[in-house]
Structure formats: C-alpha cells, structure tokens
Ligand binder design. Structure first.
Ligand code: MG
Length: 377
C-alpha cells in the first residue's frame, strides 16, 4: 500500500489523482490532503477517502469540529510538516502557483517519491530545485501531460540519441481567431480541448502555459533550449514527441484527459492496466503546425527569459500571475497581457546563479511592479 499526500486536492489535477486513488483502493491510500479555498469539496474528500491529515491555509475550528477523525495542520508550516511525515510515501504536488515551491522542496528533502503538476516552482527556481534533487538523489515524476509523455520515452532512450523534444500545444481558443481589444474573459475561458482551472486556461490562451512548459522541460530533462520545440497540434492527442538523430520521431498519444498521465505517473515505473477508455487512432487525423510567435509573444518571451536564466524566469512567472489575476478581475484587457509582462521583465537586472532567497525576492518585487503598473493604468 502506497500512502499518498495530495496537495491541491480540490483542483482539477487533484480530482484526476483522486480518481486513480479511488480506482485502486488496495494499492493507493490518501493519507493526507491540502486545499486552498474549496472547503465544501474538501469535506467530500474527507468523507470519501478518510485521510489522517488535512492541511488548510488557516485554522478553522468549525470545519475541524465537523471532522473529528482528522489531524489538521495549517499554513505553510503545516503543509511542509505534513509532506515530511514518516508514514508518507508519495507526495503529489497539484498546487498551482509559486505556493508549490516550499512543499516541493520539503518533499525532496524528506526523500519522498514526488509527482508534480506544479509548473511555477520549477519555472521560478528550477536550478535550485535541480541542485537539491541531485544532493538527495531524488527526481520528479511529471504529471503534466506533455512532460509525462516525454519523461516516459526519454527514460527508455540514450540521451545522446535525442535531437529535440517537442511539446505539443492545442493553440488555445485564439488559434484561428484574432486577438483584439474586444476579447472578453468569457472568450478566453473557452478552452477547445482541456478542462482546467481559470488561471491555466488564460495561460493556455496566451500560450504562456506552453512557454512555462518549455522552461519546465529544460530543468526536468536537463536539455538545452535549442533542443526544445513547440508544435501546435489542435487535436491534443499527441502530447510529446522525441526526435532522434537518426530521423525517427517517437510520438506519445492518449485521449485528452489528465487521468492518463496521472495514472502513468502514479504507477511508474510499472505500466498498469487501467479502466480508462482506450484511444483508438483509427480514422483520426493529426495535424502539426509551427506556433505563430507574433500572435503569441509570450511563448518567445519564455524562451528568452529561460535562456537568460538567473532570476528572469521567476520574474516572468510572478508578473504573469499578477497580470492574469487582474485580467480575470477586469482590470486588464487580454491583448495587453504580453506588453505589460514584457515591460516588467525589462525593468529587472538579472542575477546569475541566484539562491532561493534571491529568487523569492525577485518574485515579490515583480508582483509589486505589476500591481503598481496596473493600478497606474
Ligand atoms: Mg500541459
């Protein structure tokens, strides 16, 4: 039996993880869970999975009273403490945002098996995380569909045979539509293929999400940026491709449902029979085109900041988080998002080989810059 702590249990990746845990009761057990805001859903999860530990952002005596069998923990310290408990085998980081960084490091340091869907921590602090992973002889099993696809193929290959890795992108709701000043929040939240949280859906519409995935791939797979390609693939069935030096292209496909990469990561290195419906490729056509960098400047900006390294990816991540939050709240127009982010990035002087503290300071400063800039406009 594998004891799982699920961070971000009430989110969309969290629900795919719970689905897999619920389907294999003899194999996985939810021992701990955390959530950010959705206490109603957390109540349901406690009733269904009976975790021993639950971590909430703040203490909540009323909620805790309703669940007397649970040991509650609170805040950042609570979540880090829960992750490091000795009866925890595996930590699944399904929290979005930089909030995933501290528990991810706690999981690495306490030697847990780690599955992560959190992009922001790796984007902001990839070099620091990689260093700590090496020190602890640990690694991250990626949950994101593209990285999971690449991970599963890469571990079966000689790295010298790899010419490029390709991350596919659906292209989002504006693949074939113009981005102008009339675009509304509602237009942006209509994702053509994936059903995800609001923040990531906006990032998918700007292609910032793919940009973050490029930076994430660089750190997860220790591969240089010139070997990471992005291709638009509207069907979202092929998630990752490895191009080898002999001219072969190894594609990895599954239906557009997070439960496939989640199940694959949870059972890794085993390949387990699942009850999920199998993708039948008969009659399906697959298209791939180059992304339009003029229309989606944030993708190019991600390569640029990624190659610059230092604190710049952290600045990009933080600026984007604030600008998107303000877009969702109606203070920023969709077409303005890339320009504002570029403006903030240009305000920063890079720091090479930053320590964690310097990264967190850059993150804070970028947020303050973004908030000031938006409140002035
Ligand atoms: Mg993805």
């Amino acid at each position: 039996m594998e004891n799982i702590v699920l961070l971000g249990a009430t989110g969309s990746v969290g629900s795919s993880v719970l689905d897999v845990i619920g389907s294999y009761p003899g194999r996985f057990r939810l021992i701990g869970a955390s959530c950010f805001k959705n206490l109603n859903r957390m109540s349901e999860i406690i009733n269904e999975f009976a975790p021993l530990y639950v971590s909430l952002p703040d203490n909540n005596p009323e909620f805790e009273k309703n669940h007397p069998s649970v040991y509650f923990m609170n805040g950042d310290d609570g979540i880090n403490e829960m992750v490091a408990l000795s009866d925890v085998d595996t930590v699944v980081v399904a929290i979005a945002g930089i909030a995933g960084l501290s528990p991810l490091l706690s999981a690495v340091e306490s030697g847990k098996r780690i599955l992560s869907a959190n992009k922001e921590a790796i984007v902001a602090a990839g070099a620091v995380i990689d260093k700590i992973l090496v020190e602890h002889k640990n690694f991250i099993i990626p949950l994101d569909s593209e990285h999971n696809a690449i991970f599963n193929q890469l571990i079966r290959m000689d790295k010298d045979s790899v010419e490029n890795i390709v991350l596919t992108a659906s292209g989002g709701p504006f693949r074939d539509k113009p981005i102008d000043e009339n675009v509304t929040v509602e237009d942006v939240l209509q994702h053509p293929t994936w059903d995800m949280g609001q923040y990531i859906t906006v990032n998918s519409a700007t292609m910032m999400n793919k940009g973050f995935e490029v930076i994430e791939a660089h750190y997860l797979f220790n591969i240089s940026y010139d070997k990471i390609r992005v291709l638009i693939h509207p069907q979202s069935l092929v998630h990752g491709i490895i191009e080898t030096i002999d001219g072969n292209r190894y594609m990895s496909a599954s239906a557009c449902d997070m439960r496939y990469p989640v199940a694959s990561a949870m059972f890794f290195p085993e390949v387990q029979k699942t009850k999920l419906p199998k993708l039948d490729l008969a009659g399906i056509s697959l298209d791939f085109v180059e992304p339009d960098n003029d229309k989606f400047p944030l993708l190019a900006l991600a390569y640029e900041t990624g190659m610059a390294g230092g604190i710049m990816p952290a600045v990009l991540n933080a600026a984007n988080e604030i600008v998107v939050e303000k877009f969702l709240a109606g203070f920023v127009r969709f077409y303005q998002i890339p320009g504002i982010i570029r403006y903030i990035i240009d305000k920063f002087e890079n720091v090479s080989n930053p320590c964690l503290e310097e990264i967190l300071i850059a993150d804070k400063k970028a947020r303050i810059h973004a908030l000031e800039l938006i409140s002035l406009s």
